[in-house]
Every structure is written in structure tokens, then in C-alpha cells.
Design a protein around this ligand. Structure first.
Ligand code: SDX
Length: 377
């Protein structure tokens, strides 16, 4: 048996490639997109500007932003064919399965699917950025027996999403909290769904295929699906004053506590303080502090007992709940944001591509002869 190589299960600590899109700095608990701290972007820029930044490497001028926003608004409408397909989805289908299938269908009808040139991929990325929220909102309404609400080009990205889901635009504080969540969710180096997209792109497959795979990966509760799991967990806890006992009972079963821990950050997810601030603003706006009070107890005990910090999904869950979204919509909202990071990585992978194909160390049986069926009894 050959000597066992140094296997890094889960690719823990492995640098698989270079990237200039974002940088996670666990030692200082910080995260930058193209050199800008996410906290700075949340306070001084918008999600639209952040999307432009991730795809172009620089923040847009006013004229560049206006053109970017106009292109996004012009691409929001879903085709009649896609709307017919959405109507056929099972009403109890998970919204992540719905958006994964919708994106796959968009790939079938996109006129440039087979064109993987940088210019075509950028146009397809814009069409996905513009259409994914419309598909998420339409399939959510159809699942409840409601008619979809068409996108409205007179509204901002966030206001349009609320209008398509609820039929109305919320107050500015809510739109700001939503925009901040979109900035924080946009990009995070080689997370599992992004690396999935890069792996698919590395075979010279198309943008829609890469994004379809990334959506499938994001759904998992160890990854993007955690924001839904966090809210289900918080709703299981009757009140903040029994949260500690509830948590200690889980410790006894060695159960995972959703919304905590991270593969890269070990002393705290740099995005959490900002998302927590806006989740607390949402609690004020709505007048319901139960979820944040329960969260505070869980975070305190997890840190004290396990030395494990919350990740972005922990405050994002209650924030989206307080915005009024159905819990199964939380991870699709993550998709509406992360399409920007995924597309940036697809463009970067394609620009200096090498097929992603790691090795496996064989531990099975040594070679042996086939015994014909008649002799196998
Ligand atoms: C996201 O990668 C990214 O950047 C992802 C993301 C992004 O923006 O793309 O940041 C978004 O996916 C955030 C993570 C959301 N997932 C969850 O909240 C699910 C709960 N978290 C855990 O499953 C876990 O923390 C992971 C999967 C996130 C990270 O797991 P690791 O790096 O493989 O760490 P580990 O499982 O080796 O844990 C080390 C120890 C273990 O204990 P021991 O076996 O050593 O005794 O810490 C324990 C774990 O059991 N632990 C937890 C825990 N997380 C780690 N124990 C209880 N609850 C937890 N949440």
C-alpha cells in the first residue's frame, strides 16, 4: 500500500487558486470586496454599486451606476414561457428548488447560453441578477395561490423585490436593512457554492449551469440554508428566558446550533456586527424584540461554553423574518445577492482557467480477477 499522502478532507486550509475579488482576514475579523471593507460599503454605498464593483473591480461613477441600474431594470421581466413553467411547479416545492429550476430554464431560453466569451457571460450575469428576484417572488406567490406581480422598472432593486413579493414598498428603514443584507451576502471568497460554480465553469460549461450548481450547493443547512434553520430554531424556543436551558439541552445531544461557527472565521464573522445592528433596527421598526433577545442569550452561552461565534446567517434570519418574508424565502434571498459573487468568480475562473480536478487517495480492495456469473453461484 503506497504511503498515505497529506489528505485535506473538506479542503480545510487548502489554497486552490488565486483570486482578486474578496479577502477574508480572520486575524482582524474583516472582509473586503476589491479592497473596500464591507462595513464601509454598507454605510457609504448600495447593493447596486457593490454588484458593479464585484464585476468591474471599481465602484461606479454616477453615470456608470445609472447605466448599470437601467440595464438591470430593463432585464427584470420573466418570459411568458418561464411564467408558464413556474405555474407547473408543485405548490409545496422548496423555493430553493424552484429558483434552481427556474435558473436552469433561463439557461435553456437565453440566446447566448453557449457563448462563454467574457462579454456574453457579463450580459448573462446581468440577466440573472435582474430575473432571479422576479422568479423567486413569482414562484412564492404562485405557491400561495396568488398571481405574480410584474417587476416595476420605476422601483429600486430592493423596493422592486418587496413590491413583487408583497405588492407594496416598505418604509426606508426596512429597505436600508434589506440593502445592507444584500451587500453582506454578496461575496465570500471560495465558499462551497462559489467553489462549485468555479468547478463547473472550469470545464468550460456555461454561466447558467455554474449558477444552477451553486444554488444547489447553497441550499444545504451547513451553508446558505442555515439562515432558514436559524429562524426555525429561534421559533422552537418559547421565550428568551428559557433559551439558555433550551441550548444546554442541545449541548447534551451534541447537536449543531445553526447560525454558529465558520470554516474560516474562528473568532467571529466580520459581517455579524453590521447585520445584527440592522436586525435590531428591524426589531424596533416592527416592535418585536423577542427574536433578538433570544439570539443574544444563545450567542452569549455559545461563546462562554463552546467558544463558538455566530456567523452572518444568525442575525440575517430574524432580520428577514421581521421584514415579513416566509422562512423558506430566506435562502433564495441569499441567492438574489450571491449571484453577484458567483458571477464574479465565473468571470475570474474563465479568464485564467485550469480544469479543477483534484486527486483521491484509494483505500479500496487491490486489483482482483472477475469470476464469471455462472461460477459465482
Ligand atoms: C455560510 O464558507 C463561507 O464563507 C460560508 C458563508 C458564505 O458567506 O458563503 O459564510 C455562509 O455558510 C455560513 C455557515 C452557515 N452554517 C451554519 O451555521 C451551520 C452550523 N455551523 C457548522 O455546521 C460549522 O460551523 C460549519 C460547517 C459552518 C463549519 O464547520 P467546520 O469548519 O468544518 O468546523 P467543524 O465542523 O470542524 O467544527 C469544529 C468543532 C466541532 O467540534 P469537535 O468535533 O471538534 O468536538 O466545533 C463544533 C464542531 O462540532 N462546531 C459546532 C458548530 N460549529 C462547529 N458545534 C455546535 N454548533 C455549531 N454550529
Amino acid at each position: 500500500m503506497s504511503e498515505t499522502p497529506d489528505i485535506k478532507k473538506g479542503l480545510v486550509g487548502v489554497y486552490a487558486d488565486e483570486s482578486s475579488i474578496s479577502k477574508v482576514m480572520p486575524e482582524t475579523n474583516s472582509l473586503t470586496y476589491r479592497g473596500y471593507a464591507v462595513q464601509d460599503l454598507c454605510e457609504n454605498a448600495s447593493f447596486d454599486e457593490t454588484a458593479y464593483l464585484l464585476w468591474n473591480g471599481e465602484l461606479p461613477s454616477q453615470a456608470q451606476l445609472a447605466a448599470f441600474q437601467a440595464e438591470e431594470k430593463a432585464n427584470r421581466a420573466l418570459s411568458p414561457a418561464l411564467l408558464r413553467v413556474l405555474r407547473e411547479f408543485p405548490r409545496d416545492a422548496h423555493p430553493m428548488d424552484a429558483i434552481r429550476t427556474a435558473v436552469s430554464f433561463m439557461g435553456m431560453e437565453d440566446p447566448e447560453t453557449a457563448d462563454i466569451s467574457d462579454a456574453a457571460q457579463r450580459r448573462k450575469a446581468m440577466r440573472l441578477l435582474a430575473k432571479i428576484p422576479a422568479a423567486v417572488a413569482a414562484s412564492n406567490r404562485l405557491s400561495k395561490g396568488l398571481e405574480p406581480i410584474a417587476p416595476d422598472a420605476s422601483l429600486s432593486f430592493g423596493a422592486n423585490f418587496f413590491h413583487m413579493v408583497f405588492g407594496k414598498v416598505p418604509q426606508p428603514e426596512v429597505l436600508k436593512a434589506f440593502d445592507v443584507s444584500m451587500i453582506l451576502y454578496a461575496e465570500h471568497t471560495f465558499n462551497a457554492s462559489t467553489f462549485t460554480a468555479r468547478t463547473i465553469c472550469s470545464t468550460m460549461a456555461d454561466m447558467h449551469g455554474a449558477i444552477t450548481g451553486a444554488i444547489a450547493a447553497l441550499k444545504g443547512p451547513l451553508h446558505g440554508g442555515a439562515n432558514e434553520a436559524v429562524m426555525h430554531m429561534l421559533k422552537e424556543i418559547p421565550s428568551p428566558d428559557v433559551a439558555e436551558a433550551w441550548l444546554r439541552e442541545r449541548f447534551d445531544h451534541k447537536a449543531l446550533v445553526m447560525g454558529f461557527g465558520h470554516r474560516v472565521y474562528k473568532t467571529g464573522d466580520s459581517r455579524v456586527p453590521t447585520m445584527k445592528k440592522y436586525a435590531e433596527i428591524m426589531a424596533e421598526v416592527v416592535g418585536d424584540k423577542r427574536w433578538m433577545n433570544t439570539s443574544a442569550v444563545l450567542a452569549r452561552v455559545m461563546l462562554a461554553e463552546k467558544k463558538i461565534h455566530p456567523n452572518l446567517d444568525f442575525p440575517a434570519g430574524p432580520a428577514y423574518y421581521l421584514m415579513g418574508f416566509d422562512i423558506p424565502l430566506f435562502t433564495p434571498i441569499f441567492v438574489c445577492s450571491r449571484i453577484t459573487g458567483w458571477a464574479a468568480h465565473v468571470l475570474e475562473q474563465a479568464a485564467d482557467n485550469r480544469l479543477i480536478r483534484p486527486l483521491s487517495f484509494y483505500t479500496g480492495l487491490e486489483q482482483r480477477p472477475v469470476v464469471p456469473l455462472a461460477q459465482r453461484g
